[in-house]
Write a protein that binds this ligand. Structure first.
Ligand SMILES: NC(=O)c1ccc[n+]([C@@H]2O[C@H](COP(=O)([O-])OP(=O)(O)OC[C@H]3O[C@@H](n4cnc5c(N)ncnc54)[C@H](OP(=O)(O)O)[C@@H]3O)[C@@H](O)[C@H]2O)c1
Length: 421
């Protein structure tokens, strides 16, 4: 058995292995198991504290050197004066000045580079504390966009916990491959792929009809799928702007069509993968179908929409046995950046590869919201790094949330026979 200290996924694997061993030897009383998990958690946080400590020291050193460089002219003046007083020639004092300046610059540069590299490594490898060890046997979980990125890692983690996982994907070929990998890695064959294109209202209805007909329960609905275009404007078959249709209106309709099954399976959960980049946009309620706006900007708009929607959803679900929470997964090295065109994609690739976290780490908060027992009664909250996080005041406006909800109902063409929330 081996585990890299500080890696929540490995911690989970290690824990699963330990649990299996204990089960096999019939020696577990549950408490010992929990104790072991706590120890692992403590190891993780001391490791995180240590690495952040090293980073802060390097950062302080680096800023100290650069500040010294700023004060170099008066310093060099002193050195010249001192060497003049000692009777050295002009050439000597210039050489000394030059040597000091170059040395200080090289040291500043080296320390800053070290701080940057270490910072990047820390950001990329940092993740939230290990999520709950809750077993999900007997539960059914839908993960949209589960064939790649954060969704794949979410499905993998939840399958490892024994749940039936429905991978709701638009590309059934790549999804089938991902499904094989997940089943192989987790030894859970109760993982299925179902076709879902969130940008098409028809596809959303077909998917929901299939689920309502064939699944006896739904414990967690994870709205993970999302897309971002940069400049390419596109309108769907329903006349909707594609980013808003995929990231906002499709999930809104899907939630309505599955709400009865979620209520029947209570306690159940809805998890919405939003983004902290909601701060970069405004949601114009007078223009809910912004077909002429810059698509790159619409990604942020759709994520802001996710937050208004999630807050209103959680209020409407209060007391129903279904909770709705939402999250920012962190900045993640995933396929979401794939539509950034040349040459903008070149510097972006470097930033993504150096500074962004892996999809595995990006899935931690989603998994936390989907499974953690401590969140059984938590509703309408925003999370980051597995912890509750505040929202800016500008995005919290109950009146606008209610109005946006009504707009969404119109955009997705809810019929009188559709369930209402
Ligand atoms: N990466 C980040 O830094 C970051 C930050 C904040 C929030 N997020 C959010 O995290 C979520 C997951 O994204 P990711 O980073 O893992 O990106 P990703 O690797 O591109 O995964 C996105 C998933 O959504 C699927 N998808 C796209 N359009 C769809 C549609 N019309 N119908 C059904 N599925 C569709 C994709 O399927 P295909 O493979 O067929 O395209 C893919 O499986 C998104 O909601 C994103 O907005 C990501």
């Amino acid at each position: 058995m081996s585990a890299r200290a500080g890696d929540p996924q490995d911690v989970l694997e290690l824990k699963n292995e330990i649990r299996k061993l204990i089960d096999e030897t019939q020696e577990s009383d549950g408490d010992g198991d929990l104790e072991l998990f706590r120890n692992i958690e403590e190891d993780w946080s001391s490791c995180a504290r240590l690495s952040s400590g090293i980073y802060i020291i390097l950062y302080r050193f680096s800023s100290m050197f650069w500040r010294a460089l700023l004060h170099l002219p008066p310093l060099l003046g002193l050195v010249s004066a001192a060497s003049d007083a000692a009777g050295s020639t002009y050439t000597d004092s210039t050489a000394v000045n030059f040597f000091i300046a170059i040395s200080l610059f090289v040291v500043s540069f080296a320390v800053t580079a070290g701080a940057l590299v270490l910072g990047a490594a820390l950001v990329r490898n940092s993740a939230a504390p290990p999520t709950s060890a809750r077993d999900m046997k007997g539960k059914t979980v839908i993960v949209t966009g589960a064939n790649s990125g954060i969704g794949y890692e979410t499905a993998l983690d939840i399958a490892r916990r024994g749940a039936r996982v429905v991978m709701a994907c638009r590309n059934t070929e790549t999804a089938a491959k991902a499904r094989e990998e997940i089943a192989e890695k987790t030894k859970n064959s109760n993982v299925v792929v179902k076709k879902l294109d969130l940008s098409s209202l028809k596809s959303v209805r077909e998917f929901a009809a299939d689920i309502n007909k064939n699944e006896s329960r739904l414990d967690v609905l994870v709205h993970n799928a999302g897309m971002a275009n940069t400049f390419e404007k596109k309108v769907t078959e329903d006349g909707l702007e594609i980013t808003m249709a995929t990231n906002m209106y499709g999930p809104f309709l899907l939630t309505h069509l599955l709400i009865d099954l979620l209520k029947k399976s209570k306690p159940s959960r809805i998890v919405i993968v939003a983004s902290d980049l909601y701060k970069l946009a405004n949601l114009d309620l007078e223009n809910p179908n912004p077909i002429n706006s810059l698509p790159a900007y619409l990604y942020y708009v759709s994520k802001r929409g996710n937050i208004l929607w999630a807050r209103e959803l959680s209020r409407r679900l209060e007391g129903s046995g279904v909770t709705a929470n939402f999250l920012h997964p962190g900045m993640i090295d995933s396929g979401i950046w794939r539509n950034v065109p040349f040459p903008l994609n070149l510097p972006l690739k470097v930033i993504v590869k150096v500074f962004f976290k892996t999809p595995e780490k990006g899935a931690q908060t989603t998994v936390h919201l989907a499974v953690s027992d401590e969140l059984d009664d938590v509703n309408g909250k925003y999370f980051m790094d597995c912890r509750e996080h505040s929202l800016t005041s500008s995005v919290q406006d109950v009146g606008r949330e209610k109005r946006f909800w009504e707009i969404c109902e119109t955009m997705v063409k809810l019929t009188p026979s559709d369930p209402r929330i």
